[in-house]
Design a protein around this ligand. Structure first.
Ligand code: UTP
Length: 235
């Protein structure tokens, strides 16, 4: 039976510190995708902007004050990263949609026709985490997987709290409290999961999980419904 999965791939995953690590990550991801295709699975990948997005927003920032205009710059960076992943799948002869969709209706339609659809951001006002949640809802995926560069969601921000602890199990409402649901945001601001994504998941009763996307075996475990080290977020 075919199954549809949606993953948000944090932009930082495309640029590990070590170049050798970078090659291994891409090649492990491609091996996983080849296996998924062989098993009849469909995967929507929403790629974040990472360093290029932050750099581009910082370049424009002194002159461009409108947050939506800065968001448009961030979106352009996510689409560059999405194109990198899409082209890698294509040259590996995997069945990936040839266009990078601009919205989730188009993306979910394409995912019915192809094993893989890769996209970046859509409209200002949120990040690619929220796009992944919308894509998961529109393509009836069981949950939205957030693959990022931390092992878990922490009970408070570990960058500013030495006593922060990793959490394995949360409800969507608890995740919203940790991520600052309802608080004002800034273009390029970084929280473990975008509060808009959490809000949309709550509205749609969509489960989520957060895992360390630097280890492709964790992503594989989550995709195949096996136990994995990370944070499971229930409705
Ligand atoms: P990201 O999704 O990359 O945000 O979008 P991020 O929190 O920096 O995530 P990582 O670090 O890649 O995991 C980058 C910026 O692009 C704009 C926002 O300004 C966001 O902060 N953006 C992205 C949008 O406005 N809309 C989108 O749909 C996507």
């Amino acid at each position: 039976m075919t199954k549809t999965h949606i993953v948000a791939l944090g932009g930082s995953l495309l640029r590990p510190e070590e170049e050798s690590g970078r090659e291994k990550w891409f090649s492990d991801l491609l091996d996983l995708c080849a296996e998924l295709q062989e098993n009849g699975q469909h995967l929507g990948i929403v790629v974040g902007g990472g360093l290029p997005a932050r750099e581009a927003i910082a370049l424009a920032n002194p002159f461009v004050v409108d947050v939506h205009a800065l968001d448009e710059i961030g979106i352009a960076a996510t689409r560059i990263n999405a194109t990198i992943i899409q082209q890698l799948l294509k040259v590996s002869d995997l069945d990936v949609a040839t266009s990078i969709p601009h919205d989730c209706d188009r993306a979910s339609g394409l995912l019915g026709e192809h094993h893989f659809v890769v996209m970046g951001g859509t409209t200002p006002g949120h990040t690619t985490d929220a796009v992944a949640v919308e894509f998961a809802i529109k393509s009836s995926a069981e949950r939205c997987i957030i693959a990022t560069n931390v092992s878990h969601v922490y009970d408070k921000d570990p960058r500013t709290n030495d006593d922060a602890s990793p959490v394995s199990q949360l409800t969507l409402v608890q995740l919203g409290e940790i991520c600052g649901l309802g608080k004002p945001r800034q273009a390029g601001a970084s929280v473990v999961v975008d509060p808009v994504a959490v809000e949309w998941a709550i509205e749609a009763n969509l489960a989520m999980c957060v895992l360390d996307g630097r280890a492709i075996d964790l992503l594989a475990a989550a995709l195949y419904g096996r136990e994995f080290s990370g944070t499971n977020i229930t409705i």
